[in-house]
Design a protein around this ligand. Structure first.
Ligand SMILES: [Mn+2]
Length: 321
């Protein structure tokens, strides 16, 4: 399937000339643009010499965030940002639920839409920070594999593999950081195969499950420092010195006001240096209204807290009516 037909608008911000630029891609909606901006800030701050070509696949964005991206590129002339507006009709049969939206599926189409203009690409979630050198990725080899990723971990993993039918001996990869050989991805028609699978069955971890089921044996493991999970539980975990990407993979994200984990400090450092320092988190449901109230109360903002508790009560009544 020609997936370029689902890109209904392109917008280019900035202009780099280096054809050897590092290519990085994101898949977001309007809610994830501010975290992506904070991530990009961390990336340029730690890679000031690198020419960066940023490809953003999105289905919504606020005008003020387009303006901020323009401002960002004027601050960092080594960056070009291309926006690809996706018609989400292509994902119409795919499930959405608590904690994820249709924006998760942009990841599936990126490597096909950008091929053959781009040959190697880093896809990375927006709930990440870059705290190391991108050139570290150049030291990795693909051999015959389609992509490189980091093995997932957790107590849930063994049961999850049984549930979706992946052999115990096979590595299950986290899809938050993918370093992709676009030639191999497209030779294997991986975008089409993932779309077919997600159209025909429900998978609890959506496109990540599809990726592992279809291409799991053609993924090469890369060191955990390229996708260092912070699940917001292990408060005292020290970040290894050689970490390149931090991934805030847990349910509570560091830009949600009620996130009270000490690991939030490293995130706030970059946030405060970014153009998204002041962005207001918009709660997605009534439960989050209550958490907003709790966070405001903890900071002594009692009127703000009351406002959120009122909205919580009102929206809860409406939702359950
Ligand atoms: Mn993530």
């Amino acid at each position: 399937m020609d997936l370029t037909q689902f890109i209904y608008k392109n917008e280019t911000i900035g202009q780099i000339t280096d054809s050897d630029a590092f290519n990085v891609a994101f898949g977001v909606d309007a809610n994830f643009v501010p975290p992506m901006g904070i991530m990009l800030t961390s990336m340029v701050m730690n890679n000031p010499q690198t020419q960066l070509h940023v490809h953003v696949f999105l289905n919504s964005i606020l005008d003020e965030d387009v303006a901020r991206l323009k401002h960002f590129v004027s601050q960092y002339p080594n960056v070009q940002i291309d926006l690809y507006y996706v018609n989400v009709e292509v994902f119409k049969n795919f499930s959405v639920g608590k904690g994820y939206t249709v924006a998760t599926y942009h990841r599936i189409i990126i490597a096909q839409v950008l091929y053959p203009a781009v040959s190697k690409l880093l896809y990375i979630d927006a709930d990440t920070l870059c705290v190391g050198k991108l050139t570290e990725l150049n030291k990795l080899t693909f051999e015959d594999n389609i992509l490189l990723a980091v093995a997932d971990k957790g107590e849930w993993l063994a049961q999850h593999k049984r549930d979706i039918g992946i052999a115990e001996s096979q590595t299950y990869f986290n899809a938050g950081v993918l370093y992709i050989d676009l030639n191999k991805w497209n030779q294997y028609s991986l975008s089409d195969k993932m779309i077919d699978m997600l159209n025909s069955c429900h998978l609890s971890f959506q496109d990540q499950d599809a990726l592992n089921l279809i291409a799991g044996t053609q993924i090469k493991a890369m060191p955990v420092r390229f996708n260092q999970f912070l699940l917001m539980k292990h408060d005292n975990d020290d970040l290894p010195e050689d970490t390149v990407f931090i991934h805030f993979a847990g349910q509570v994200k560091p830009w949600q006001p009620w996130c009270d984990n000490p690991q939030r400090a490293v995130y706030d450092e970059y946030r405060n240096k970014s153009l998204w320092k002041e962005f207001d988190y918009r709660p997605r449901d009534y439960q989050e209204n209550r958490l907003m109230g709790k966070a405001a109360r903890r900071q002594g903002q009692l009127l703000t807290a009351l406002k959120w508790y009122y909205l919580y009560a009102k929206d809860k009544l409406m939702t359950n009516a």
